[in-house]
Design a protein around this ligand. Structure first.
Ligand code: G6P
Length: 374
């Protein structure tokens, strides 16, 4: 067991730190940079015979649970933008509970690290009965979801042992960015955007390597938060998912109450919780939502909120209203890839909080890696 952990103390720690390598493996052979005359493009072998059908779908429905659902949520905006097909989100158990509408003209994409989650599998059976084209995105070759879907993509992140998903999450987001590029096809209007994303994907492992250097900083932050009862995380746009996933990591392993919230909803309730004691992480990296997040920070500051702001490198002075505000500066990447970078400090924070609080990092209380019962 110690051998598998290499120089690390825990699997979660190892899996967080090996993300530059797991992301490289996920992309291997799938991104074509093109020569001087050739366009940059994406090749997803498992989907190539189905792309036309997917492009013609009436709707793309993402289905998953936990971290896998959050990964799909992070990919939703770029898929909508590049494909032009409406994208809806379903938590697997809720889709089954509601017997929600799934049609023959839909493409349903099932996202699951293990490929064995009972809720997701039941939702898949339901979508198959309703005649949708079913696509699987899993980390496990030969898993039930990989076998029962019509086509799919393996994320190739390597075995993930820690119960809290880390490297699978970032690889899932990268696969779904590639899925958006593949479905988007070769429309001239989005060529520049697609080229920028492909260049960004090539460089992503380096950016993740860079953000991992925040390890000690996140340990220091964890020391400050060790005795807190609660932690809020506000995000929006591409990073709404980052807020949900960051909070999920903290509650799963550090056993601390934590909620990820859509910053646009702040004034519709959560603002009542704000005081000088409750720590609040605001994700305000530079993208189309930046100025709205600046105004959220101002509003929280005006109510004496205890702020921790995640921003792009160089933005600290413009986002932080006062000296009391703590900053996490991260490298800036293409907006749709920013969630891959932004989640890393929050994974590190959850990890260090857990160790400092003395809880079991790799086997959190009451949780299982793969939930195979409903
Ligand atoms: C369990 C795990 C979570 C995971 C979820 C979905 O709850 O503890 O970490 O995100 O299942 O698992 P899947 O294998 O379908 O991605």
């Amino acid at each position: 067991e110690q051998i598998n952990k290499g120089n690390y103390e825990h699997y979660m720690q190892k899996e967080i730190h090996e993300q530059p390598e797991s992301l490289t493996t996920t992309m291997r052979g799938r991104l074509i940079r093109g020569g001087s005359s050739k366009a940059k493009t994406v090749l997803l072998g498992g989907l190539k015979d189905h792309l036309k059908t997917i492009r013609r779908s009436r709707r793309i429905v993402f289905v998953g649970c936990g971290t896998s659902y959050n990964a799909a949520l992070a990919a939703r905006p770029i898929l909508e933008e590049l494909s032009g097909v409406p994208v809806t989100m379903e938590i697997a158990s809720d889709l089954v509970d509601r017997q929600g509408p799934i049609y023959r003209e839909d493409t349903a994409v099932f996202v699951s690290q293990s490929g064995e989650t009972a809720d997701t599998l039941h939702a898949l059976e339901y979508a198959l009965e309703n005649g949708a084209l079913c696509v699987g995105i899993t980390n496990t070759v030969g898993s039930a979801i990989a076998r029962h879907t019509h086509c799919g993509v393996h994320i190739n992140a390597g075995a993930e042992i820690g119960v809290a998903s880390t490297k699978a999450y970032t690889s899932q987001m990268v696969v779904m960015a590639m899925l958006a590029l593949a479905i988007g096809g070769d429309a001239i209007s989005s060529q520049a955007k697609r080229d920028a994303i492909i260049d960004g994907l090539f460089d992503l492992p380096n950016k993740v390597r860079e953000v991992l250097k925040l390890d000690q900083e996140m340990k220091d932050l964890a020391k400050q938060l060790i005795a807190e009862q609660s932690l809020l995380v506000f995000g929006r746009g591409y990073n709404y998912a980052t807020a949900l996933e960051g909070a999920l990591k903290v509650k799963e392993v550090a056993l601390m109450h934590s909620e990820g919230m859509l910053a646009g909803e702040m004034k519709h309730g959560p603002l009542a919780l704000v005081d000088e004691n409750l720590p609040i992480i605001v994700i305000a990296t530079h993208d189309a939502c930046f100025s709205k997040q600046q105004s959220v920070i101002q509003q929280l500051h005006a109510r004496k909120g205890r702020l921790i702001v995640m921003c792009s490198k160089g933005d600290a002075a413009s986002v932080c209203p006062g000296q009391s505000c703590r900053v996490i500066e991260v490298p800036q990447v293409e907006d749709c890839l920013q969630p891959v970078v932004n989640i890393v400090p929050l994974q590190l924070l959850a990890y260090h909080l857990t160790v400092l609080r003395g809880y079991n990092v790799d086997q959190p209380r009451n949780l299982a890696k793969s939930v195979t019962t409903q």
